[in-house]
Design a protein around this ligand. Structure first.
Ligand code: PMT
Length: 226
């Protein structure tokens, strides 16, 4: 049996990948399946936490028992749902892959192919950074965890890049996932590093997404008790 060490702790986890509509049938999306976020929510609930799971396009996954599930689609909707739930949460974990850009305008009808063979040009607009907003508006004592999907390897500067991202985003912990070549997205296992704002760094060995979740909750639990 798992320890009930998160009893009384209110957590918000975001999972999955947002979709930004271009017209009624098309969208810009990403490869997140939601598996890592669901594992985080499931393990937290098993350890006694009160969990709100904000999920974007994770319909293929079974709903974890004992969590409050909010389904969303776009980055805007995900941001709204996470901010609402974060207003009385002790911990927020942003495992969702949130679109950085959206099509600037949403076509009312399906975009048709032009007779002259030309392709349409799509102008993108920036989406706000939800994680940075959470950090700016955080409740006293609230712990905020980000995830980062980075291509490349250790020698390729993934960690330097992630350290800068941690500083820029201002969160307390950052899980760094090396992605590409069948890693992290969609698969059952995950690996990477856990960086903490106080400079602590640990390698997360390759293991199931539930194992990575358990390690993260151990570190969160220790930070909350400090
Ligand atoms: O879902 P799976 O298939 O299991 O895959 C898991 C995963 C690889 C998607 C997950 O572990 C992961 O790494 N999630 C974060 C992916 C990501 O979007 O990274 P990023 O570097 O673009 O964003 C960094 C952080 O900022 C993330 O916490 C993200 O939620 C947040 N963000 C990003 C953009 C934005 N506009 N607002 C945000 O809050």
């Amino acid at each position: 049996a798992l320890p009930r060490d998160l009893e009384g702790v209110r957590v918000v986890v975001s999972a999955g990948g947002t979709r930004e509509p271009l017209d009624p049938v098309r969208y810009l999306g990403n490869r997140s399946s939601g598996k890592q976020g669901y594992a985080l929510a499931r393990v937290a609930a098993q350890r006694g936490a009160a969990v709100t799971l904000v999920a974007a396009h994770t319909l293929a996954l079974p709903e974890p028992a004992g969590v409050d599930l909010v389904s969303v689609s776009t980055a805007e909707q995900l941001g709204k749902a996470v901010r609402t739930a974060a207003a009385d949460a002790d911990v927020v974990v942003m495992a969702a892959a949130v679109a950085d850009f959206r099509p600037e305008s949403l076509a009312e009808h399906k975009i048709k192919k032009a007779d002259d063979g030309s392709a349409p040009v799509v102008t993108l607009a920036r989406n706000p950074d939800i994680l940075a907003g959470l950090v700016a508006d955080r409740r006293p004592g609230q712990l905020i965890v980000g995830f980062a999907a980075e291509t490349g390897d250790e020698r390729g500067g993934v960690l330097d890049h992630a350290r800068r991202k941690l500083a820029r985003k201002g969160c307390d912990l950052l899980v760094v996932n090396a992605v590409g070549e069948g890693r992290a997205f969609e698969v059952e296992e995950n690996t990477g590093w856990l960086l903490s704002a106080d400079g602590e760094e640990r390698k997360l060995p390759l293991g199931s997404k539930s194992q990575l979740a358990a390690t993260l909750w151990d570190v969160v639990f220790q930070s909350l008790r400090r």
